[in-house]
Ligand binder design. Structure first.
Ligand SMILES: [Zn+2]
Length: 159
């Protein structure tokens, strides 16, 4: 695969109907949301690549607005070392998703204190856990008493 090492998400264009959409690069294939054809990701040259799910969605939306401007508009944003990015990076190499989620939460609290829901979910997604699973992991960590919720939608580690 010719993609940038470590990129988690990309935007590819369908070889059939030309529609661009955001994909997770850990998958071998993806299904075009418009014409339902299955695309082998290794065979597609990405229009955009990066580590942020929301950036990927934004890039796909931009790509849909006009193919000719894609290469100009879709340069990946420079990485900034926010606590969210740093915590996500700590968890990224852990294969088990639940163990990864716990490591990210541990680091996020260490780096920035109590975690608003949005911030924790964002860090989990950036560590390579898709959003639905990230939400499920937060629910699980609360249920397992790994996290507590001292204030509504804000979490701390139970230590
Ligand atoms: Zn298609």
């Amino acid at each position: 695969m010719t993609s940038t090492a470590g990129a988690l998400f990309a935007v590819v264009a369908c070889p059939g109907c030309k529609a661009p959409w955001a994909v997770e690069l850990r998958n071998a294939t993806s299904t075009c949301p418009r014409c339902r054809s299955t695309v082998e990701l290794a065979a597609r040259k990405p229009l955009w690549e990066g580590d942020d799910a929301r950036d990927a969605q934004a890039a796909a939306a931009q790509a849909r607005q006009g193919d000719r401007t894609v290469s100009v508009l879709l340069q990946p944003q420079p990485r900034h070392d926010s606590p969210v990015d740093a915590a996500a990076a700590k968890g990224r190499t852990i294969i088990n998703k639940s163990a990864r989620a716990e490591e990210v939460a541990r680091w996020l609290e260490r780096l920035s204190g109590p975690m608003p829901h949005r911030q924790l979910a964002d860090a989990l997604v950036r560590s390579g856990i898709y959003l639905e699973r990230a939400e499920a992991e937060i629910t699980r960590m609360l249920a397992m008493d790994f996290l507590m919720e001292p204030k509504s939608r804000t979490y701390r580690l139970v230590a």
